[in-house]
Design a binder for this molecule. Structure first.
Ligand code: AMP
Length: 408
């Protein structure tokens, strides 16, 4: 039973094909530089003996329509040949589901219309995913398609966590509130952590830290999100690779008044030129750690600012939850950087968070427990797999809706 997952960006489409009966990846690929004359598609199929077969194509791809057609053609030649198991469904990652979407949703004409309307809330993220969905519906006719929202997991936030203290009209008419992101990742790692601890996720209180190029924190009570650091958009909260994180909103007005920046240009700077990149000129944590170790002042400060923001959120979410069973690290930095995990947890012994330095340094890529034997709070490293989570949610949604669904 095969499920194909798409993650469509403005100039790229990433995809992964899963065999869900064996929970394994049978093909993956990325199409980059859509809209340019030298777009490249790199496709990898996993063969029966476990080896990989790669196909690389470079040609002009003018839009998502052509891109999806190319991807379909490569899949038909390789992993989706006539003699392959049929494609059971397609799952699409969507950044923003607003307040409307609490669950993965099977796509029909009315769902697609509703998602298009959410473009106002996420102009930087949703339109590309919508283009991906529209073109996948055309390129793969007759295949059930599901949209999985990054915000859905956080739809359980109580009003006191999602409301901003602004006039009510902004909230009611313009949908200004906290939504939170990285929900697909949090859902996956919460289940994995429960498995590792041998407990049900409904019994667990977690502080989860998704630390990647985009970084966020979540307070999870009984397996359910009760607060998270990203806001109406993914710009808020922790310091990120290129996003500023929490900022006094008056800074924006100050900059608009005292520079010739337009609102769009300033938004782009706060999204793409800020965070670690703004602080030290680099956004790859590996480079920052190397430079900091070599005595580079900016890199050292970027490291300190990054860690400090995470610590503050751990303190805040400890107070929110009252009791914490585990602190969970995931994302490229959380999974791979023992020095970041060490510095984040340093000084938190008073909260019952005690890391074991040897276990932390030796933690394998498959994750593990890195707390000391006497630590009241577990500290776990859980590799996330957002694509697999989307594939699982897609399959469940299709199976749940098959009986009643009429194709649009
Ligand atoms: P993600 O967005 O989850 O793919 O994470 C990307 C980030 O993970 C980049 O900033 C990388 O520098 C960071 N990263 C990956 N491996 C390591 C590592 N061994 N040490 C520190 N950061 C890492």
């Amino acid at each position: 039973m095969n499920i194909l997952v798409f993650n469509s960006g403005s100039s790229s489409i990433k995809y992964r094909l899963f065999d869900m009966s064996r929970v394994s990846v049978i093909a993956s690929g990325v199409l980059q530089r859509i809209g340019e004359s030298d777009a490249s598609l790199v496709h990898k199929s996993v063969l029966a003996d476990g080896s990989h077969q790669s196909i690389t194509r470079s040609q002009q791809i003018s839009d998502h329509r052509q891109g999806m057609q190319q991807i379909n053609a490569v899949l038909q030649q390789t992993s989706l040949r006539r003699d392959s198991p049929p494609l059971r469904g397609i799952g699409h990652r969507m950044a923003h589901g607003g307040s409307m979407f609490h669950h993965p949703t099977r796509i029909d004409a009315s769902v697609l219309d509703a998602i298009r309307q959410l473009g106002d809330l996420a102009p930087l993220h949703n339109p590309a995913s919508v283009a991906g969905i529209e073109q996948a519906l055309a390129a793969f006719p007759g295949v059930a398609q599901v949209v999985v929202f990054d915000t859905a997991f956080h739809q359980t936030l109580p009003p006191h966590a999602y409301r901003y203290a602004v006039p009510r009209d902004f909230a009611h008419r313009l949908h200004v509130r906290r939504y939170g992101f990285h929900g697909t990742s949090y859902q996956y790692v919460t289940r994995q952590a429960a498995r590792r601890l041998g407990r049900s996720s409904t019994s667990l209180n977690l502080i989860a830290l998704h630390l990647g190029n985009g970084s966020s924190a979540a307070a999870i009570r009984g397996g359910i999100s009760v607060d998270t650091s990203m806001g109406m958009t993914p710009m808020a909260g922790l310091v990120m690779g290129t996003r500023c994180g929490d900022l006094d909103p008056a800074v924006v007005f100050h900059l608009l008044r005292h520079t010739d920046l337009t609102p769009d240009r300033l938004e782009a700077i706060l999204n793409r030129d800020s965070g670690l990149l703004g602080l030290c000129g680099h956004n790859d944590m590996r480079e920052i750690l190397e430079l900091a170790a070599a005595g580079d002042d900016d890199a050292q400060q970027a490291f300190e600012v990054y860690v400090y923001a995470i610590k503050k959120y751990i303190g805040a979410y400890y107070a929110v939850l009252g009791r914490v069973d585990a602190v969970l690290f995931t994302g490229g930095i959380g999974e791979n950087s023992a020095p970041i995990r060490w510095r984040v947890c340093q000084g938190l012994q008073g909260l019952g968070i005690v890391l074991d330095p040897d276990r932390n340094d030796a933690c394998p890529p498959t994750g593990g427990s890195v707390h000391a034997a006497n630590s009241p709070v577990a500290v776990l490293v859980e590799p996330t797999d957002e694509q697999l989570e989307i594939a699982e949610q897609t399959l469940q949604t299709i199976q749940g809706s098959d009986a009643s669904f009429t194709p649009p």
